[in-house]
Design a protein around this ligand. Sequence first.
Ligand code: COA
Ligand code: MG
Length: 292
Amino acid sequence: MRSLLFIPGDDPKKIAKGLGSGADALILDLEDSVATSRKAEARALVRETLLARQPGQPRLVVRVNALRSGDIAADLDGVMPGAPEAIMLPKCEGGADIQHLGALVAVREAENNLPDGGTRIIAIATETPIALFRLGTIPGASQRLEGLTWGAEDLAGAIGAERNRDENGFYTEPFRLARSLALFAAAAADVAPIDTVSVDFRNMEALRAECLAARQDGFTAKMAIHPAQVPVINEVFTPDAAAIAWAQKIDRYFIEHPDVGVVGIDGQMIDRPHRVQAARILARARAAGVLG
Ligand code: COA
Ligand code: MG
């Protein structure tokens, strides 16, 4: 999964457009992009969308309202009959929240005759200040967890920051810290690290630079808020021919030389961490369909 496109759950036109956007996943939103008065309508439309899905379409993830919002039970009751691939949990404050959501989901899986544990969870893990201090409780919390992402908008509001980016468009220190900690937590939990949205959705140059920086740091995917962002994200997060060739070379060397610890290849010292990196690149290339 490289690209995850947010769509307000009450907007049928955007949902139709999203299905043809080329995104690997759509995040059908019931939270902040849907007005309180339209939540019920959104739940019904999201359920219909789930029930009507066809093979070959993007994966469908539903962002529910936060555990402490008072809306989450109605959200899950509304959408679980459609068997979403994953539930995105906003304002997640640690491993206990993920387990709490897992329990709520498990009940609905049973009620709807869905396989126990089949619904995955993607958590937005840096939206409140306390969440940052609890990132260490996420690894091992739930087998359902498949990805972790971070958020800078709610966090800015929560700490009273006047801005989250500087005059050059780069995140300021508190938000860079949140981003890095989310990346470490995802790696520690062995789940996909997913970069947050770029809200400046007409600026493709800035998006490309942000995708590249994210990939270089270890993120494997990025969320989008506009369909025009999807092709850029997919391109940057798909390993290119040079990366695949490098990974295949390293992989082949260690398969053919199982007793070698360290070796020089193309003037670079190569040992176990590089082999792990090569395996990651090959897995991502296969998932993106560019390697058989
Ligand atoms: N998914 C699918 N289609 C989308 C879309 C999205 N996220 N955002 C825009 N589109 C569609 C529009 O409906 C429009 O379709 P049309 O050409 O058939 O009329 C087309 O893409 C061009 O849209 P554009 O005019 O460039 O954008 P906009 O001003 O209508 O919308 C936003 C801007 C930000 C309101 C919109 O992109 C959006 O709703 N994004 C998602 C917001 C969200 O879910 N936020 C929560 C997480 S942060
Ligand atoms: Mg939010």
